[in-house]
Ligand binder design. Structure first.
Ligand code: AMP
Ligand code: MN
Ligand code: MN
Ligand code: MN
Length: 293
């Protein structure tokens, strides 16, 4: 099919695919193995699936093999922690070559410091009346190099101090709370450069979660584009229905490709399961347009 109508038609078809380009395994702070995630994605009707562990690509070979086993199209990905204007933002890299040396080194450098940070979180929680949190969090971590606040949250719930991950974050693990330890992650330029250097495309993860002023958000998006970032998550488990509409407009305004991903971590904790998301608005260009594998 050719011409404008053909193009619009193709994009509409692409928008209808069940694509989930954001989720976490035991390699970072998810509770399912890459294999279990691949099976779950397939069972949930996903057509194209990406694994995007935090700052780590170690789960990709297993995920790729498990996806092939169930005939599921697989996209190697990663979610990189970034500090921009003293705020933590997450940048998702898709279709990366996970064997790229600069990416691997960059991610190792980004993970570096999580140990010390975790020990400090443990000390602060002890002072707030929750002893043994560092060791406790480690018990929940599939990968000791990637101790995350989520693992602390699981320990605090196990100790009966809170009943949900959300509650733990509100009471203990966010800025101004007793277990919050600020950390400097990769720069925006580094994250986008590592992703692009590994042949991937860079996408802003769950933009609705950041507390930027409109001016700061604009500055962030301009800088992201300047470094070569091309996409923004519009439909994500972290967005409200209103934010689906808001970020549909944002993607359009900045001329960005649009992405879709559950950010699934756990059957018990995540309110959005893999592949259980509304489609992208048909006016958007999906990040998966033109992907042949
Ligand atoms: P970290 O990289 O160790 O700072 O941990 C960040 C992770 O904590 C995120 O990837 C989420 O999985 C989780 N997280 C952050 N904020 C919240 C929240 N408000 N409620 C639940 N989980 C959260
Ligand atoms: Mn996480
Ligand atoms: Mn994130
Ligand atoms: Mn995530």
């Amino acid at each position: 099919m050719t011409g404008t109508f053909g193009h619009v038609f193709q994009i509409a078809l692409l928008s209808m695919l069940n694509v989930d380009l954001h989720c976490h395994s035991t390699i970072s702070d998810g509770v399912l193995t890459p294999t279990a995630l691949a099976k779950r994605a397939k069972a949930n009707g996903v057509d194209i699936w990406a694994l995007t562990d935090h700052d780590e690509v170690g789960g990709i070979p297993e995920a790729r093999a498990a996806a092939a086993e169930v005939s599921l199209r697989f996209v190697p990905g990663v979610e990189i922690s970034v500090t921009w204007a003293n705020t933590t933002v997450h940048i998702v890299g898709l279709h990366i070559d996970e064997t790229n040396a600069a990416l691997i080194q960059g991610l190792a450098d980004t993970r570096n410091g999580r140990q010390t940070r975790a020990q400090e979180i443990g000390n602060q929680l002890a002072m707030a009346g929750i002893p043994g949190a560092y060791e406790g969090a480690l018990q929940f971590a599939g990968n000791p190099d990637l101790l995350s606040r989520t693992h602390f949250a699981r320990y605090i719930i196990q100790q009966g101090k809170c009943s949900s991950v959300n509650e733990v974050f509100k009471k203990y693990l966010t800025e101004g709370k007793p277990g919050y330890v600020p950390h400097r992650w990769a720069t925006l330029k580094q994250a986008v450069t590592w992703i692009r250097g590994a042949g991937g495309i860079a996408v802003v993860a769950h933009p609705g979660r950041y507390k930027f002023s409109p001016l700061a958000f604009d500055e962030f998006m301009q800088e992201f584009k300047q470094h070569g970032g091309v996409g923004v998550e519009v439909i994500t488990g972290s967005h409200t229905v209103d934010q689906y509409a808001e970020y549909t407009q944002v993607a359009t305004r900045y001329g960005m490709l649009a992405s879709r991903g559950s950010d699934f971590h756990s059957p018990e904790e995540s309110h959005v399961d893999i592949g259980h998301l509304p489609p992208l608005h048909a006016s958007l260009t999906p990040v998966w347009q033109g992907w042949s594998s």
